[in-house]
Design a protein. Sequence first.
Length: 154
Amino acid sequence: MFASTTTDRRVPTKPAIATAVAAVVLVVGGAVLRTDAPSTAGQSGSAPLELVSMRHVREGRTLTVTGLVRNPAEGAPLADVAALVFAFDRSGEFVASGRATIDLPVLQPGEEAPFAVTVADLPDVGRYRVSFRTPAGPLRHVDRRAARQLVSAR
């Protein structure tokens, strides 16, 4: 009447099997996503974009920042590079920004390209910051302006 039932604990149950399969899928899927992700110049392994020259002009309430960037010879081709200008007031508060693509659709290694960004309807500006990005994300850059001035002064 009271028959005892025993289960063999060495055989995995359905929830345990499902959990193990899910863990394997997550680990394998994560490894695939990491290796298939495209690299960008903003990542640590790529040569940074070089800011070769830059100047600004203020006319009324409009700030225009122009300059020249170079993709170093050891860099990778960069498509759709945009220059961004962030303007700050004298107390350091952000007031406005502007964005414009550089003049070349693809910046090849060793090439230079001009940029011009206009930010309109600005109150008093204390300083501005320039950065660069592609649709894949921000690009690291280094300021080479001082090096160029030293060469031209010789």
